[in-house]
Design a protein around this ligand. Sequence first.
Ligand code: ACO
Length: 340
Amino acid sequence: MVAMVVSETNNNLPVVSIVGTGVYLPEKVVTNEDLSKIVDTNDEWIYSRTGMRERRIARDDQATSDLAAAAALAALADAGISAEDVDLLIVATLSPDMFFPSTACFVQDKIGAKNAYCYDLGAACSGSLYAMETAKNQIACGAVKTALVIGAEKMSTFLDWEDRNTCVLFGDGAGAAVLQASKNGRGIMKGCFGSDGSLANLLWTPGGGSRNPMSHEMLDQKQQYLKMGGREVYKHAVKQMTQSIVDVLETNGLTADDIKWFVAHQANARIIEAIGKRLDVMDRMFMNVEKYANTSAAALLIAVDEVVKSGTVQQGDKMLLVAFGGGFTWGSTIVEWTKS
Ligand code: ACO
């Protein structure tokens, strides 16, 4: 039995909205064909099982904070807000520049957000959704006015490029959103969140931390790289994201018909299609996994940026965001779109 936490925002508190979004995607495109020269794979296998055709890979001289800073500046420009106006800066990532200090502090320095307090948030692929919820609640209760939420990953650093089971699935990138109190009552609605730590070993990077400290033996065993039980992850991702969508609709007194776009974590086209078919909303399931593969915590905010910049979301339209990731962690929320 897994508990679900509903984020019950007090009705007297202000609604919080997204006032700007931005992305950064590294220039280097790596196709399935390119990967077939590194590991024993091919375009047909990858595309038929994942819907991925290509992914972006960051340069050696770029760290996660560089990708994050570029996305952050794009989001601030979109919002028309100066970096100095940011009070809170959260980076969701599983591929930080270093264990400490936080990647968020590096981003602060790069963009000049000198008035912000900064920290990282670890919820794997659900990270940017968790960060958005955290920021929303701090704005709603009056602790801060402007929050910058970033999902950023240099996944390529943590992949075993000799393991075809994992290296073909991920890409690098960053997405960012600026949050402020809404001027018209439209914005981020109630969310539903859950985690199940008993399944942590199905998706993790076991080496390099305090459990399995850095050592020659650990490196020889390649424990510093992402490990995954693919089939099990697939089953849990479909089950939890489907249930989370049902829960968040019910929590907000809405039905699937009220949603313009379902924006799911871009893990894999087959996962997204399975959810879309179960709920009979496939025509409104957004997908860009073909271009960027799975960018973990960055994926949801990259997707949101693409949806809103496509011009297919008008004032008052509702986007349902849903994520799932290592931990396991999952969650969902609904955004009533407004751009003032
Ligand atoms: N190219 C060619 N063959 C491959 C590759 C590859 N890149 N990777 C694995 N194979 C082989 C396997 O070795 C296996 O060979 P075998 O039968 O000789 O042993 C065969 O393909 C079948 O492997 P399966 O694991 O059964 O393939 P499956 O159909 O389950 O697809 C996949 C694998 C795509 C990983 C699937 O399980 C999946 O999508 N899982 C979800 C994983 C995911 O999305 N993780 C992301 C992190 S979690 C998140 O973000 C939500």
